[in-house]
Design a protein around this ligand. Structure first.
Ligand code: DAT
Length: 188
């Protein structure tokens, strides 16, 4: 494994069942963190929607699954593509799968949670096939992403946050920004 210099900024993974609010949080977090940066900062914050930008657009998949209306992920290719991207830090990774990244890449894992009836209505608006809504709903009830996160990363870096209202998005983002500030002090 190639040794890299320590990260200047942390890598933050925003995860959760589809529809829990990952992209909503990642967008607001990106804006808030970007506002803390200056022109001459070497490492800039970046929001990476892993599913759209890497799985779909960079072809880290083995084809489109018509039944599930989603791309079948090629995990090896995805990890190869992201390996160098994550090195300097400052990446806000937005993805519903959290257990494929090497533990050393990630400094904070935020698992978003949402009431299952509310989640159902959010997913219905996306016109997902019924089976996909049901599967995601069950996954949320069974806490699948939270359990995967806890199995894959050290307990102290996994945070579970509720995402049911715009106020909660604001509170969550403020909390993550405060965590980032503390990380930067610890690593300066
Ligand atoms: P994800 O990226 O996890 O699939 P999203 O950010 O696209 O989810 O959000 C799905 C929908 O739910 C979208 O219409 C915005 C809304 N939403 C998400 N989190 C919310 C929250 N905390 N309060 C109100 N609406 C929210």
């Amino acid at each position: 494994m190639t040794e890299h210099p320590p990260r200047r900024l942390p890598n933050v993974l925003i995860t959760g069942t589809p529809g829990t609010g990952k992209t909503t949080h990642a967008n607001q977090l990106f804006e808030a963190l970007q506002a803390t940066q200056s022109e001459d900062d070497e490492v800039k914050w970046e929001h990476i929607n892993v599913g759209d930008e890497f799985v779909k657009n960079r072809g880290c998949h083995s084809g489109f699954n018509e039944e599930w209306q989603s791309w079948d992920v090629d995990e090896d290719k995805l990890l190869d593509e992201l390996e160098l991207v994550q090195v300097p830090g400052g990446k806000i990774l937005d993805w519903h799968t959290c257990d494929i990244f090497p533990e050393r890449w990630i400094d904070l894992v935020v698992v978003l949670r949402c009431d299952h009836a509310l989640l159902w209505s959010r997913l219905e608006k996306r016109a997902y096939p019924l089976a996909k809504i049901q599967e995601n709903n069950t996954a949320e009830i069974m806490e699948v992403v939270l359990m995967d996160a806890r199995e894959s990363y050290a307990e102290e870096i996994v945070v579970e946050l509720k995402s049911e209202s715009p106020e909660e998005v604001e509170e969550n983002v403020a909390r993550i920004v405060a965590w980032v500030e503390a990380w930067r002090k610890d690593h300066s």
